[in-house]
Design a protein around this ligand. Structure first.
Ligand SMILES: *[C@@H]1O[C@H](CO)[C@@H](O)[C@H](O)[C@H]1NC(C)=O
Ligand SMILES: *[C@@H]1O[C@H](CO)[C@@H](O)[C@H](O)[C@H]1NC(C)=O
Ligand SMILES: *[C@@H]1O[C@H](CO)[C@@H](O)[C@H](O)[C@H]1NC(C)=O
Ligand SMILES: *[C@@H]1O[C@H](CO)[C@@H](O)[C@H](O)[C@H]1NC(C)=O
Length: 418
């Protein structure tokens, strides 16, 4: 027999079950995964080169991390003074030298993001040579710059010496990334006396670094394959300089082979467009040879420059660093020999070489490619996923949940009192 109380409780319980099911269904249907808006991310890389150090800060949107060409250069800062390898006898000062640029960099990165900014330092030819000469001095210099970087609120990811191959490969990545399409480097530091120096100049200085081709299968863990420390003999004149420079390359190791640069290094025929940056650019820029001049003009300009006396040169270029001025003749001949005799560019393919410092607004160099690669083509921060619900469904679900609760409470009170 049903009492009225039992009957009433049954009705309430049935209503509760029905409401619960509706509330549950409403909560589960039409839920979408939505992403939160992208955020700007940053990265920084020190290029510790042989003659100077630069800091580059890059930024990109976190949601575009797989696209090419979305990283832009936010800041470039030149560290005052010489390259870090010049602090071999005073490593502490190497660490201090980079502070100013670090502080500048922190001004362009919002404070909330600083601690997640990956920060790298890569050292090249100058430090490779120092390590060769005195490895403990090189280690100390690196340790000091690393220590300084760790004092700043960034995600320090290491300070190390790049091989010549890495330097070239990352430069290649940079260029192709920036050009939105998709150079092994060698750094001869030759102690050049005469033929390449203007008559009347008689000091001994080192040549700076140069990029060579990415197409080597040689690997030297200590030096880039082109790192050298050679004294040239001779008596200052243009053709003597070129001949002396050619001796830096072992062309005879290639025999008659056409797919060989020097030292027996494999080199396929040059095809396509080439961008000559860094030392190629700076040296040719000084000689005003970056405007796409024909090879004959380039040869003639270099030859003429090399015959000028030191007195004439220093009077003509009073603004130029007197340490650098006497090196342009040797540098230009080195570049010419590398491009023509080693890579085998000719009058026609010469026109496919563009000398430039920047691609778009970013500097051409190894730093961007290094960061891209070490962050796995830009840090893969998974987009932030959240559960999204259409507002009307959400409101309905809430309404039914509240109804269920109210009815449940009413039923409980009834059971207790009736
Ligand atoms: C980037 O590519 C990786 C692997 O291909 C993929 O898992 C990831 O979802 C992609 N990220 C974006 C934002 O497209
Ligand atoms: C190497 O460098 C260290 C530190 O500057 C110095 O103390 C040491 O004398 C150097 N060794 C040589 C062989 O030059
Ligand atoms: C040049 O390379 C050849 C073949 O590898 C070698 O026999 C010769 O000694 C090298 N010459 C110099 C100056 O290194
Ligand atoms: C890029 O990084 C990977 C490891 O993350 C490494 O195996 C590869 O050799 C690097 N590429 C270059 C060009 O160094």
């Amino acid at each position: 027999m049903f009492t009225s109380k039992n009957h009433f409780t049954g009705v309430i319980a049935g209503a509760l079950v029905a409401l619960s099911i509706i509330a549950l269904v409403l909560s589960l249907v039409n839920i979408e995964d939505v992403t939160l808006p992208p955020t700007v991310k940053y990265g920084m890389v020190f290029d510790a080169g042989s003659s100077h150090t630069s800091l580059f800060v890059y930024e990109w949107d976190s949601d575009k991390e797989n696209d090419t060409g979305v990283v832009s250069q936010t800041l470039s800062c030149d560290v005052h003074g010489q390259g870090i390898s010049s602090y071999a006898s005073d490593p502490l000062e190497a660490g201090d030298s980079i502070r100013e640029c670090l502080e500048k960099a922190l001004k362009v990165v919002p404070a909330t993001k600083q601690r997640e900014v990956p920060a790298y330092l890569g050292a090249t030819a100058g430090m490779r040579l120092l390590r060769e000469q005195n490895s403990s001095a090189a280690e100390q210099v690196l340790a000091e710059v690393a220590k300084t970087m760790q004092e700043y609120p960034v995600a320090f990811k290491g300070a190390r010496i790049l091989t010549g191959e890495e330097e070239g490969a990352y430069g290649w990545i940079t260029i192709n990334y920036l050009l939105d399409s998709f150079t092994k480097e060698s750094s001869p530091s030759a102690r050049v006396r005469h033929p390449c120096y203007p008559t009347g100049y008689n000091e001994t200085v080192s040549l700076s670094s140069f990029r060579t081709s990415p197409c080597t299968n040689q690997s030297d863990p200590r030096l880039g394959p082109g790192d050298r420390n050679i004294t040239l003999e001779g008596r200052g004149d243009a053709s003597g300089c070129l001949a002396a420079i050619k001796k830096l390359f072992n062309f005879s190791a290639c025999g008659q082979s056409q797919d060989c640069t020097f030292d027996g290094i494999y080199q396929p025929p040059v095809r396509g467009q080439f961008i000559a940056f860094s030392a190629f650019y700076y040296n040719f820029k000084f000689l005003n040879l970056t405007k796409g001049q024909a090879l004959a003009t380039v040869r003639e300009t270099i030859e003429r420059f090399c015959t000028r006396s030191w007195e004439d040169l220093s009077a003509s270029y009073p603004e130029e660093n007197p340490q650098r001025l006497p090196k342009y003749c040797a540098n230009a001949n080195y570049i010419l020999t590398l491009l023509l005799d080693a890579y085998k560019f000719n009058e026609t393919s010469w026109n496919n070489i563009i000398f430039q410092m920047k691609v778009g607004s970013a500097d051409a160099g190894w730093t961007l490619g290094y960061m891209l690669n070490l962050t796995n083509m830009i840090p893969a921060e998974a987009p932030v996923w959240v559960k999204g619900h259409a507002p009307s469904l959400w409101a309905a679900a809430i309404t039914f949940i509240i109804l269920t609760l109210v009815l449940g409470l009413a039923a409980l009170l009834l059971l207790l009192w009736v």
